[in-house]
Design a protein around this ligand. Sequence first.
Ligand code: DX5
Ligand code: ZN
Length: 226
Amino acid sequence: MRTYQIAPSILSADFARLGDEVRVVIDAGADLIHFDVMDNHYVPNLTIGPLVCRALKPHVSVPIDVHLMVTPVDALVSEFAEAGAAVISFHPEASFHVDRTIGLIHQHGCKAGLAINPATPLDCLDHVLDKLDVVLIMSVNPGFAGQSFIDEALSKLTLVRARIDAMVARTGREIRLEVDGGVKVDNIGAIARAGADRFVAGSAIFGSGDYSKTIAAMRAEIARAQ
Ligand code: DX5
Ligand code: ZN
């Protein structure tokens, strides 16, 4: 039985009230808190770092899912692990040594994810899928909340789902298939059908008046898609 997880991205939360925002969205049913780190170098935007992660940690009773959109990657891995991250995902283009970065994330006791941009081919998974805990399919170009879902991500999800299922059958290790960007109530069913089991949503949740209602509507759409 596949389990499905909703990971609200705090990029669309009220940054002046982040502690309250995460507590409310967790009460509303969030399974993880997605934490978008942008460096104005790998992506054209600048957001939050390990200090904010550390400050939020006491307010967060679910795993913190850190999405690094930064280069270089490695120095930030230990900082985020110490600041309370449970999962750390990074982009293969942003690390000179992808396998080493995955090892570093594991050494720090976190789950490791590889984030795949819309134009990045899936062959970056060829020699590392057995070591990953998460494959993160970007359904927008990284950098901003509130962009439209790129439909090609659906076929990518289907391809990665088949690869993950084959790997899990061989090794028994859990690998999550996460999707990030433009996820809404009205497309989450199709995204679930394509194979995703962890859904990042920023503007759809934090831009709605009622986080509980939105998360419940997302879960209902996922259930309907079975
Ligand atoms: C984009 C970020 C996403 C973003 C999602 O670079 O990685 O996590 O915040 O926001 P929405 O759900 O609004 O597309
Ligand atoms: Zn993200």
